[in-house]
Ligand binder design. Sequence first.
Ligand code: SF4
Ligand code: SF4
Ligand code: SF4
Ligand code: SF4
Length: 361
Amino acid sequence: LIVFLVMALFGSLQIGLLDPICIMYRTVATAFSPSIDLAVEEVGRSLEMRGLPSTWVRGLSFSPGAKEMRIFTGAWFIGAVILTLVGMNVVIPRFFCRVLCPLGALLGFFSRFSLWRIDRDLTRCTDCNLCLTHCEGAADPQGALRKSECFVCFNCIDDCPEEALSYRFMPRSNLQPIDGKLFGRPVISQVGEVERRGPDISRRRVLLASVVGILGYPFLRLSAAVNDRNFHEKTIRPPGSVEESEFLERCIKCDQCINVCPTNVLQPATLAEGGIEALWTPVMRMSIGFCQLNCTLCSEVCPTGAIQKISIEKKLGVGPFADTGPISVGTAFINRSRCLPWSMETPCVVCEEVCPVSPKA
Ligand code: SF4
Ligand code: SF4
Ligand code: SF4
Ligand code: SF4
């Protein structure tokens, strides 16, 4: 969390790489839903071959009515990341939440000020340790409760045979027994209640994380792929996008824009196109799809303003926007060594026929 926060201070928003909400949106958009669609398509086709109705199966598709399967560059990698994170739970319970999640770390920091927490009654607890058995956060409810790691799952309360645990407002965690008694009852537990108020972070670790964050920013920004002098030629942003440096500061790689794009032209950027800083940000890949003239969906769903909300009129440069002209994301060029009339003197007008703007570009 500290690494990400320090980098954000310099203007590099990398929190989306590990933010659970971004991971969820990104995985559903580029890996999960296309996989479901592929399975639905295969089952539907198989039913049709057997003369059975397939409409109900096709209704389960994430992109009903689409003529072609949606494809996404690097979807396997995004899928592999989520599978790895889920698989690590077998090795370390709640691995992502406890080790990686920057949101969890932030909430853990503020949880030190929470007024409610798990409270252990020392006059009932027999130190049997059964409450540790199913503790989701390894928060040690039997001894020095780690508030920042407690998920408030209440498993410990269910597991305690002595009903010594409860969830209380302003718990009596810091009360010290007097003459071996609390509230007039003898203390049974031999493990004193010492509440750990915050995450166990030493000053040295904070310093190390800050240095990594400070060094991480120039390492990322000096990448030839994303610095202002050398943007990758394939890093074409959706219409309405802000200037590239600001785009990288705003985009949280949630890929909601990619999910709503009806033509599949929006793709997650690869490492080769933009390095880590632009990884999984949306780029337009014209070899896969095209930008529909009467569509502004990506600009409507972007939560950060990396793609500014635009109207159809503004996109096309008509009506009140006639003076400013249409939004241009790039200009098509003719490769004369491959164009039939130029290279082989063969008549061809396909580009002129499909060009949708008037007058023909
Ligand atoms: S509420 Fe859940 S996470 Fe918190 S101490 Fe109890 S078992 Fe552990
Ligand atoms: S709180 Fe309950 S379950 Fe946990 S050690 Fe004490 S008696 Fe056992
Ligand atoms: S405007 Fe529509 S078609 Fe064009 S990139 Fe955005 S979502 Fe896709
Ligand atoms: S441009 Fe907006 S919607 Fe698209 S990934 Fe970035 S933040 Fe998400």
